[in-house]
Design a protein around this ligand. Structure first.
Ligand SMILES: [Zn+2]
Length: 338
């Protein structure tokens, strides 16, 4: 799991991954076309989706959404693996359009590593992200990079692992993660025929995330504020995350495009939001295992199959016990260090 780290290298995440890495080792990749259903009725999405993956032993890819814009394409999140980034570049080539802008909803590497490939081919592309991207690169991710370097120096790695560590290390050591346009509050980003509204959170999935409101098609692009089969708390402040979900709920959307998983209707988002809030309340007084049982019940309409349920059970159990109940970590992730 740990969508934000270099697999097992991040300092904090080393405390969580026993269960989660075991799950991921046991899971193969999920077919990109997956078993996803639940296509909402209307309206047309008006973006091109490159579907991410969550069930990968070598780290997930977030979903990518691509919009046409007057000066080229706007790419929302860029995935982790080279083949995901290649699909984005292939799409640009097919359209005969440059990539004019990248929006990173948050700094986790499954949403940002593809910045490397896109910016190599389109160095002029603007990068819209919150200041949390730079802070993560200079802080937590730089520690991960040191650990990655130790492993690389130590040798004895298979080629795939070596390539993966080197790729993440290159991202963190360079400028591709750094916003050229810092998003610190609500702003607009023009796409063809209209503006997208970029909104920020004050701590939620990360120290600050971006979510997008496309009023013309009544669509929200939620980043990892919405993830099925379960929210990922690697760097999260649950209470502020809950506030962000309430803010999203204010929008009259008909379709919500999540960071991982298929699009949702507003009613499905309502199920997710209620399940999320109950999970946060549960974590204050019960064990991870109990809260996982609650999540499986509350989020049942969103869980597609046994693999979703297994993943959700193990993920929620570990996140509650290891991250949400850890007061020191929570103070850090909620921006209230004592
Ligand atoms: Zn993610």
């Amino acid at each position: 799991m740990s969508p934000d780290n270099l697999q097992t290298e991040a300092s904090v995440i080393q405390r969580i991954p026993f269960a989660l890495l075991a799950i991921l080792a046991a899971c193969g990749d999920r077919a990109p076309d997956g078993t996803t259903a639940a296509a909402p009725a209307a309206p047309a999405p008006d973006y091109h989706l490159i579907e991410g993956t969550l069930f990968r032993s070598d780290g997930p890819n977030g979903n990518t959404y691509i919009y046409d814009a007057p000066d080229g394409l706007v790419v929302i999140d860029t995935g982790r693996h080279p083949e995901h980034a290649q699909l984005i570049l292939d799409h640009a080539r097919e359209r005969g359009q440059p990539i004019a802008a990248i929006v990173n909803t948050h700094w986790h590497l499954d949403h940002t590593t593809g910045n490397l490939d896109l910016r190599a081919e389109f160095p002029e592309a603007a990068v819209y992200a919150t200041p949390a991207s730079r802070e993560a690169r200079d802080g937590r991710l730089s520690l991960s990079r040191l650990r990655a370097q130790e492993r690389l120096d130590g040798g004895d790695l298979d080629d795939a692992t070596r390539a993966r560590l080197e790729r993440a290390s290159t991202l963190i050591g360079g400028e591709a993660l750094i916003p050229t346009v810092e998003v610190t509050g609500t702003m607009t980003l023009p796409v063809t025929g209209r503006d997208l509204e970029l909104n920020t959170t004050d701590h939620a999935v990360s120290a600050s995330d971006i979510w997008i409101w496309d009023a013309a098609t009544r669509t929200v692009i939620a980043g990892d504020l919405v993830v099925v089969p379960a929210p990922l708390f690697d760097s999260a402040c649950p209470a502020r995350w809950s506030e962000a979900l309430a803010a999203i709920d204010q929008k009259p959307f008909e379709r919500l495009a999540p960071g991982h998983g298929p699009a949702m209707t507003k009613a499905e988002f309502g199920v997710y939001r209620d399940a999320f809030d109950r999970l946060v309340s549960c974590a204050a007084e019960r064990t991870g295992e109990e809260c996982a049982r609650g999540w499986l019940e509350d989020a049942a309409p969103l869980l597609r199959d046994e693999r979703d349920r297994d993943y959700a059970r193990d993920a929620v159990t570990a996140y509650v016990d290891v991250i949400i109940k850890d007061e020191e970590l929570q103070a850090t992730y909620c921006g209230t260090p004592g």
